[in-house]
Design a protein around this ligand. Sequence first.
Ligand code: XMP
Length: 429
Amino acid sequence: MQLQEEILILDFGGRYSQELARAIREMQVFSRILPYNADLAEIKKLNPAGIILAYRPEKGPAGENTAVTRRPDSGIFQLGIPVLEFQPEEAEGGQGEDLIRDFLFNVCQVKGSWNMEDFIKWQIEAIREEAGSARVISGLSGGVDSAVASALVHKAIGDQLTCIFVDHGLHRKGEVEEVRRTFGQDFKIPLIYVDARKRFLDKLAGVQDPEQKRKIIGEEFIRVFEEEAGKIGDASFLVQGTLYSDVIESVGEGKGVKVKSHHNVGGLPEDMDLELIEPLRDLFKDEVRKLGELLGLPEDIVWRQPFPGPGLAVRIIGSIDEEKLAILREADAIFREEIRKAGLNREIWQYFAVLPDIKSVGVRDEQRTYAYPIILRAVTSTDAMTADWARIPHELLERISSRIISEVESVNRVVYDITSKPPGTIEWE
Ligand code: XMP
């Protein structure tokens, strides 16, 4: 299906194409990125209102002169579509924006009427067309993407959709209830809740190695999901919350984007023989959040911070058991509550508690204690590739620490991680 008007960005390398695409969408013009060597026939088929050739900078970050090595296929200039050759240096000092605006609205004469409401309508039609009368299943992870994708598909095809939510027992406090309440009760989406907590804990018992833990969780997840999906019977489609950033993969300076082939996000089974429905394929993360808000999903889901698939398992150092999970869940909930109360929840990229595999000496009620410390980790970031430790005010840290120590039994010390990435990763395992 054709969106009303779009601008095509041909990526000649560098990291600017995505920024450019987002800037254009903010001007309410839909934009799409293809690699520099995209097929002319494909470009013709898209019938864009204009094409921008986004080059990598003439001068690399280190100041060396790296000349633009690729020139566009001259056929592009003969398509009869306006073409702008864009150099990132031009973006400096706001001139870039003027240049783009002029190209879009004066040269290409686009209207600038792209908006999320229309996108929803358009997607709903596309999903209906794709799914027909077939049964569709969707795996909810508790995260933003699967929640928004599922809610959108349900709006399109109603109860042809069944959601499966596997509770592996490694979610944070309140998350399982929130997903069940939102989907099962508020949205009335057919939801299969699978209580697999014991299964996962049994498999994880005594396992210390982080990669081993991840592997066990990934494999068990697929097994449980397959079992449940099998019970639904004749499903032909699987919903996936694939985002635009998953679809276009930057393959490094000078090489341009590569469009990934179909892939399975989040380790869902490859051999299930289901066709994928990926309604978020064209959207950036912030657009997905906006879409979630428009669909009426609660703020806690729409603005949820990134959370690893293996959940709390990688935030308990070493082996996992129910007692440690309970300690971590409580401490983490206090941390999150205080950050939210202080209004810092959208500013800080990720903030969470970690439970290490050590105990230390303390005093409580004039008695010597020997208990766990809790590590607080909070970082600012834009893409999780690099991150800086968040400068949380000392008074707030003090409040969080006192609350954790007084409210969570078995914790007698709270420490704050002041390592940036690199060299420290965001997660501890
Ligand atoms: P690190 O710890 O490598 O994390 O700095 C970067 C980002 O990835 C998330 N993360 C994971 N996400 N499965 C996931 O789905 C994982 O095993 C995993 N490990 C790390 C992390 O929370 C951060 O946002």
